[in-house]
Design a protein around this ligand. Sequence first.
Ligand SMILES: [Ca+2]
Ligand SMILES: [Ca+2]
Ligand SMILES: [Ca+2]
Ligand SMILES: [Ca+2]
Length: 250
Amino acid sequence: MLLPQLILALTMSSAMAVVLDWDTTTYTPGSLNEGFDLDNTRAGNEVTFVITGNTNKLRPDAGTGIATPSASSSLQGGLGQNSLNITANVGTQTEITVTVTFSALYVQGVENVSFVLFDIDKTTDSEFIKDISATTVDGTVIPATITNLGSSVTLSPGGGLGQVLTGQSPAANADGAGNATISFGANVIRSFTFTFDNSSGPPRLQEIGMHDLNFTPVPEINPALAGALSCVAATGLMFFHRARVKSRRQ
Ligand SMILES: [Ca+2]
Ligand SMILES: [Ca+2]
Ligand SMILES: [Ca+2]
Ligand SMILES: [Ca+2]
């Protein structure tokens, strides 16, 4: 390893991608405030889900009969994987908002945050996902980048804080026709949020799934260690240079 690389490696806590995986993680059924301790070296929970809005409209997962939110294989997005199921008896202006906050001990925030929503579709009424945003480390509210739309979903407008995903046709529970990938890319954020709603009409049971949550904590640079290692590196480079000069002379 070259010295500059060594310095970088030693002074940055490694930029490791983290996955909150619903195939291996339990979400307490029906919990409206659920924390996940993903890293024992850091105090407390690294990720917290808070469910707000018309939470009295939440209903059990039709596939499992278990209260939602809860992880299940009911909606698989064509990936054959579990998702966090949110089933609600939603009518017009019935909103279920999901807000995910990352630990404040991720001092530099997190980046590469992305996840796929499953089964944004339409049986009698359309399902909507709206108010999709993240809050950056400096408190700015930013829009998501939304890609990989399944054939049952449309996005309008394409970009900005007002963008809405709309279910246009039925999507089978196992397939990806109701999928949409939501990403905040290189933006360094502290939290994100989205709201699940439906179109006009009487309340109906409707459901979406949220696939695994991916994110990367932004590494923290240790200034004291960086300074000390720079000195070591400078000294090392000096010796290296002298040795090369010496060997050429021989
Ligand atoms: Ca998974
Ligand atoms: Ca922890
Ligand atoms: Ca469906
Ligand atoms: Ca649905």
